[in-house]
Design a protein around this ligand. Structure first.
Ligand code: KDG
Length: 334
C-alpha cells in the first residue's frame, strides 16, 4: 500500500512540475553549449547536470546540446561565436576572456587565493559580481563561476625542486599576459597555446610542460605524455558560464530565471564534484606513473616573492579600486 502511495506521490509531483512549466512562458529551443574538456571530465559532468536542470524546469521545452572536446572551437573562438550570436552558451576559462574584459585578469593573479573558502567568497561576492558585469557590454552574459581549480606544474624534462629547474623548460601557458609574465619571471620559456592544442604539443614535444589542476591532468590524460608533476598550487583558476547576450535578450524573464537558477545549482554541483575528484587525483596520477614532488616551503616562498612583481601589473590592469576591494575582501576572510 505504502509503495503505491509513494509512486502516486512521485507521479503527482512530476505532473505538477510539468504543469507549472507549461504555465510559464517557455518556447521550444535548442541551446548549443560548448566546452573544451573531454566529456568524461568535471567540466563535462557539470554541463550535463546543468542541461538536466534546464530541461526539467522547462518541461523539456529548452533542450541543451552539450558539445565538448572543443568541437565548437577553442575558448576564444566560442567567445566570438557567442558575441556574434552563432552559439548560445559556453563554459571556459576567465583567463582567455582578458582580451574582451581586462578585469578578468584578477583571477590569474599568482597566489591571490589561498583556499576554496576564499575562492567561493570572492567569486560569489561583490568583486566576482563586479567583474562578471564587465562582460555584458561586450556581448556576453555571465551566469556563474565554476571551479577549474588550483594549478600545478607538469613537465617531461626533470622534477622541478627549485626555481632554477624551470630555466629553459618550454612551458605552455594560457593565452594571457599575466601567465606569460609569471612564468617568464620564474625563468621558464613560456609558450601561449589554446587548450585544444595542448595534448598534441606535449605529445610531439613542441612544449616540455604545462600547468593545470590535477583534474585536467587526469581527464585529458596528460599523464600519458608528462612524467613529472610538481605541486605548486600557484594560482586558483575559475571557469565562467556565459551566454550570448544577443540570444539572452530574446528570452522571456521566466526562461532567464531558469538559466540563472540552473547555473547556481550546477555551480554548487561542479565545485563539489571537482573537489571530490581532486582529493583523489594525485594518488590516481601517481598510480598512472607520474613522479610527484612538492616544492619545499623555502622554494615556494621564493616562487611567491618572484611573482609579487606580477601583482603590481595585475593591479594596474584591473584598476586600483578593484585591486583594493579584492584585498579588503580577502582581509575579511583571513
Ligand atoms: O576549454 C578548456 C579551458 O576552458 C580551460 O581548461 C582553460 O585551464 C585552462 C587551460 O589550461 O587552457
Amino acid at each position: 500500500m505504502q509503495r503505491r502511495f509513494a509512486l502516486a506521490a512521485v507521479a503527482v509531483a512530476a505532473l505538477m512540475a510539468t504543469t507549472a512549466a507549461q504555465a510559464q512562458d517557455f518556447k521550444p529551443r535548442i541551446v548549443r553549449f560548448g566546452y573544451g574538456l573531454v566529456d568524461d571530465s568535471n567540466q563535462g559532468r557539470a554541463v550535463r547536470f546543468f542541461a538536466k536542470e534546464v530541461e526539467k524546469a522547462t518541461g523539456g521545452k529548452m533542450k541543451i546540446r552539450a558539445i565538448g572536446n572543443a568541437a565548437l572551437g577553442s575558448d576564444t573562438q566560442m567567445q566570438q561565436a557567442l558575441i556574434g550570436g552563432a552559439q548560445e552558451m559556453m563554459v571556459g576559462s576567465t583567463a582567455t576572456l582578458v582580451g574582451i574584459a581586462p578585469q578578468m585578469a584578477l583571477w590569474d593573479t599568482p597566489f591571490l587565493i589561498n583556499n576554496t573558502k576564499e575562492a567561493d567568497a570572492l567569486l560569489d561576492g561583490p568583486v566576482g559580481d563586479r567583474i562578471k558585469a564587465t562582460l555584458e557590454p561586450k556581448g556576453m552574459v555571465a551566469l556563474a563561476y565554476w571551479e577549474n581549480g588550483f594549478r600545478n606544474l607538469t613537465n617531461n624534462k626533470q622534477p622541478v625542486a627549485k626555481l632554477e629547474d624551470l630555466n629553459g623548460i618550454k612551458l605552455r601557458v594560457m593565452q594571457n599576459n599575466v601567465f606569460l609574465d609569471s612564468f617568464k619571471a620564474l625563468g621558464a620559456n613560456a609558450v601561449p597555446l589554446p587548450f585544444s592544442e595542448l595534448f598534441t604539443a606535449l605529445e610531439t614535444r613542441a612544449v616540455d610542460g604545462q600547468e593545470n589542476p590535477y583534474n585536467t591532468v587526469l581527464s585529458s590524460k596528460f599523464y600519458e605524455v608528462q612524467k613529472y608533476l610538481t605541486v605548486t598550487n600557484h594560482v586558483y583558476s575559475p571557469w565562467i558560464l556565459t551566454v550570448s547576450k544577443k540570444w539572452w535578450d530574446g528570452l522571456s524573464k521566466d526562461e532567464q530565471k531558469v538559466l540563472l537558477d540552473a547555473a547556481k545549482k550546477s555551480r554548487d554541483f561542479e565545485r563539489q564534484d571537482t573537489r571530490a575528484e581532486a582529493a583523489k587525483a594525485l594518488a590516481d596520477l601517481k598510480q598512472k606513473g607520474m613522479q610527484v614532488n612538492e616544492l619545499s616551503a623555502a622554494e615556494a616562498e621564493r616562487m611567491r616573492s618572484k611573482l609579487s612583481s606580477v601583482h603590481a601589473s595585475v593591479a594596474s590592469a584591473v584598476g586600483q579600486d578593484v585591486w583594493k576591494q579584492t584585498q579588503d575582501e580577502l582581509k575579511k576572510l583571513r
